[in-house]
Design a binder for this molecule. Structure first.
Ligand code: BGC
Length: 293
């Protein structure tokens, strides 16, 4: 090995927490030594976020609602890239299952530093056709699920407090919201209500938890290529239609969201709390007004 080359055998960690910089083995790993839980991480945005947090150095619990094969694939991908991950099952809308998931996580890795409350789904219908079951299912998973997972994380963050070897903050919660926390969406009133609810739940939690040095923020993705919206992008005609709503003129990828999640989870965003970071190629900029109005 020539002089100046990083020695892979010798773990080299330099951390300047004041500047929020953390380098491990020559790699920029701002989440080195931290534990993360990502809900709904067996596919789509959640899987992308889980992989990115692992690349940034976190040990990642990959939550799934009962799809272990898919979650195991995400875990295997993280491990083969040199990261640490495990699959954890729970329906996030079920209080007992959420508590059990956290108990399993703590018995494996001791504590938690980062929650990405990502699990979410759509059950679309026109208002006059929407069943109570469709309404409740979406609210239960998307909104109550984030409440249950955030509550357990916050309890542990407060119990442990700040450990400056891990992070400047006692904990970080990232809620996966949507552009539909501000953009009304006909035919999706259950989904839009859940995301609008997340907005004020997140801000209220941020206000309440800030004195404990816990940061709470949301990411508001626009149209990201995942299974949830496949019909909106998987033919050239559908994609052309969708692009009319995206000034930046490309449909997003899970990695666009994942990079924002790493930043919000890291000390590099210390002092950022209570915001929704829209990652949407400008979808929230009322693109119709570029030529109209
Ligand atoms: C929805 C997607 C939709 C996107 C933009 C997301 O929150 O889940 O189905 O494509 O918002 O409208």
């Amino acid at each position: 090995m020539s002089a100046g080359e990083p020695d892979e055998r010798q773990e080299f960690i330099s951390q300047d927490k004041e500047k929020g910089i953390s380098v491990n083995n020559g790699k920029h790993q701002p989440l080195h030594g931290q534990v993360a839980l990502v809900t709904g991480a067996s596919s789509g945005i959640g899987a992308g976020v889980a992989k990115a947090l692992a690349r940034a150095g976190a040990r990642v619990a990959v939550n799934h609602p009962g799809t272990p094969e898919q979650a195991d694939r995400v875990v295997a991908e993280i491990q083969s890239a040199g990261g640490t991950a495990m699959a954890v099952a729970a329906d996030v809308s079920n209080e007992e299952q959420v508590k059990k998931m956290y108990a399993d996580l703590f018995s494996a890795w001791g504590t938690i530093d980062i929650l990405v409350a990502n699990a979410g789904l759509q059950r679309d219908a026109a208002l006059i056709d929407m069943t109570l079951a469709q309404w409740q299912f979406v609210l239960n998973v998307n909104l109550t699920g984030q409440f249950l997972c955030a509550r357990e994380a916050a309890r542990e963050f407060i119990r442990r407090g700040v450990d400056s070897n891990r992070s400047i903050a006692a904990g970080k919660i990232i809620c996966m919201s949507s552009v539909h926390e501000v953009i009304p969406w006909a035919g999706h009133c259950n989904y839009a209500a859940s995301k609008g609810g997340i907005m004020l739940m997140m801000k209220s939690m941020a206000q309440e938890l800030a004195p404990h040095r816990i940061r709470v923020n949301s990411i508001g993705p626009g149209a990201i290529k995942t299974p949830i919206n496949r019909m909106a992008w998987d033919t050239p005609e559908a994609e052309a239609d969708l692009l009319k709503l995206i000034p930046y003129d490309r449909v997003g990828e899970p990695d666009d969201i994942a990079r924002a999640a790493v930043w919000l989870a890291s000390d590099e965003s210390d002092y950022v709390t209570g915001i929704t970071l829209f990652v949407d190629g400008g979808m929230t900029l009322y693109p119709g007004f570029a030529t109209g109005g």
